[in-house]
Design a protein around this ligand. Structure first.
Ligand SMILES: Cc1cc2nc3c(=O)[nH]c(=O)nc-3n(C[C@H](O)[C@H](O)[C@H](O)COP(=O)(O)OP(=O)(O)OC[C@H]3O[C@@H](n4cnc5c(N)ncnc54)[C@H](O)[C@@H]3O)c2cc1C
Length: 156
């Protein structure tokens, strides 16, 4: 990779942010594109935010200078461009997909609304938005049921 190549990294999780920062240090600044509204953060520490031990600012990641907010909706490999939901088109020489994963939502009857969304009062636990939504919903006197007894379920 040379310093005048345009590198575009999709995904502002730990992987995307660390890669973009490292490329910047090596003299190849990368454009980082992420769909989440929040400043990039360390997802691994979300349970601490949910527990009230850390504020969201504490788990923010130092982001590289070239950070764009938006959801990438298309890639044109022939033209070497990506398109974002707002219609903007970004050219690249090298493209990195650091788009992580989605929570597995079990196919339980009654879990989803007709348009396949989670109904009010049901939350996944994956993003800062999930975490803030859960923090708001859970207060003394509210009964919560956690489905999933792995690391995240137990810590939640
Ligand atoms: C509460 C919690 C605790 C965890 N603890 C651990 C742990 O202790 N150890 C461990 O190894 N793992 C842990 N994990 C798993 C953790 O998610 C991953 O290890 C880590 O976050 C993966 O980082 P990533 O950058 O690959 O992906 P992600 O963190 O998933 O980041 C991907 C980003 O890409 C964005 N994105 C996706 N598609 C698009 C698109 N089309 N356009 C723009 N942006 C897009 C997503 O919105 C997201 O912000 C934990 C997960 C959670 C939720």
């Amino acid at each position: 990779m040379t310093s005048n190549e345009r590198v575009v990294v999709i995904g502002t999780g730990l992987a995307g942010v660390r890669l973009a920062r490292r490329l910047g240090e090596l003299g190849t600044p990368a454009s980082l594109i992420g769909e989440e509204e929040h400043r990039p953060y360390n997802r691994v520490l979300l349970a601490e935010v949910l527990a009230g031990r850390y504020s969201p600012e504490v788990i923010a990641l130092p982001a590289p200078a070239e950070l764009r907010r938006g959801r990438v909706t298309g890639i044109d490999r022939a033209e070497r461009t990506v398109t974002c939901a707002d219609g903007s088109v970004i050219a690249y020489d090298r493209l990195v997909l650091a788009t992580g994963s989605n929570p597995v939502l079990p196919p339980l009857r009654g879990l989803f609304t007709e348009d396949h969304q989670l109904p009010e009062g049901v939350h996944a636990f994956r993003t800062m938005d999930d975490c803030l939504g859960l923090s708001k919903a859970v207060r003394p006197g509210v009964k919560a049921v956690v489905i999933g007894g792995g690391l995240l379920g137990v810590s939640a």
